[in-house]
Write a protein that binds this ligand. Sequence first.
Ligand SMILES: *Cc1c(COP(=O)(O)O)cnc(C)c1O
Length: 453
Amino acid sequence: MTYEELQSLDLEHIWHPCSQMKDYESFPPIIIERGEGVWLYDEQGKRYLDAVSSWWVNLFGHTNPRLSNALAEQAQKLEHVIFSNFTHKPAIYLAKKLVALTPEGLEKVFFADNGSSAIEVALKMSFQYRAQTGQPKKKRFLALTGAYHGETLGALSVGGVDLYNEVYAPLLLNVVRAQGPDCFRCPFEESPETCNASCTQYVEEQLKEHADTISAAIIEPLIQAAAGMKMYPPVYIKKLRALCDEYDVHFIADEVAVGFGRTGTLFACEQAGITPDFLCLSKGITGGYLPLSAVLTTNEVYNAFYDDYGTMKAFLHSHSYSGNPLAIRVAEEVLDIFEDEQVLVQLESKQKILKELAHEAFAHLPYVGEYRQTGFVGAIELVADKKTKAPFQSEERIGYQIYQRALEKGLLIRPLGNIIYFMPPYVISEDEMTWMVDTTKEVITQFFKERGK
Ligand SMILES: *Cc1c(COP(=O)(O)O)cnc(C)c1O
């Protein structure tokens, strides 16, 4: 079959995620044959630098030899086993490592198989905890504007990005919504250096009013990723933890996107020096190989479910692929790579290089509101007016058009509205970073020139 025939056959049968399928008429899917390091190669031999780590999951490059070998070896031994009443060495070792590496006080690990289901698990555990500890009125969740926690109905309910929620509103939980941090357009006009997270007062106001009905608050620590890589300082997390303690509300840290080194530390919560009551992990957990997620929690939560069978206090949540040995064995290898190859140390210098390159390239461009970076996530916010920070209208699809042009040049930077971002695999080289930044600059400059503004 020719490349074009394969594309038509794809569109005959496949409904792609997060897509208006009509767009594919003029912009058909790119058929990837193989990947190596930061590069993806299509069936025609053209290559693309994967600057978004294939939706934020890849850490150590495509077809990483260590991860591929670990997977192949595990596949020869045990591909899957029921995880109720059965267990296996990879799961035992991974759980032990996760407990050791995550903030102190998280002692128990519950495995699920994607980010959204990890959120569902945390919400259900918190809710059931309240029911079983004599606080049945605490039934609701507090979440932030701009939050993204996944697409299943519970996870969507706590999400605060209208684009994803609006049509499902009648199906969603009644969530207490507090205004989230917005450093680019800070209502308190604070600078990152002096910020004392005054904006946590929005959360405090809601807690004051509703805490007796709130079971847990959920946030994405340091970066509200899907909202457009909105970044905020650790002090916000610290203050939120204190507020949760004060008002007896669980703190759910959704580190599905930011966990495993993305923000410069293994987990983002470390930078605030806090322990959440629930820590949700996925995406990078297998370095982009297989779907897997984990929810870590405290003994205090665990013990509220621990009793004689007849009391019916058990947590009955399960997934067919809970504790899948293939995914878990790869996740274990991911943690070994972090240790053996001193990944976080190496990442520190790469972060610096990216920051310098990107500031140099973008800060002075006319339609760039700002370039911001946390750890190894860099974001360019495009604005219609640099002074007023007025955004482009979403109908203009500015980011999308730039994305298409970048693809022509072999660069994959899938935007979030008007935000173009870099979230490359950690194995990207300095030369590749330079090319990524230069190409992005070239495409943005060319785009606005042709747009005639
Ligand atoms: C991607 C994401 C999720 C959902 O994970 P899926 O595996 O796509 O279901 C949840 N929370 C955050 C912060 C995410 O970025």
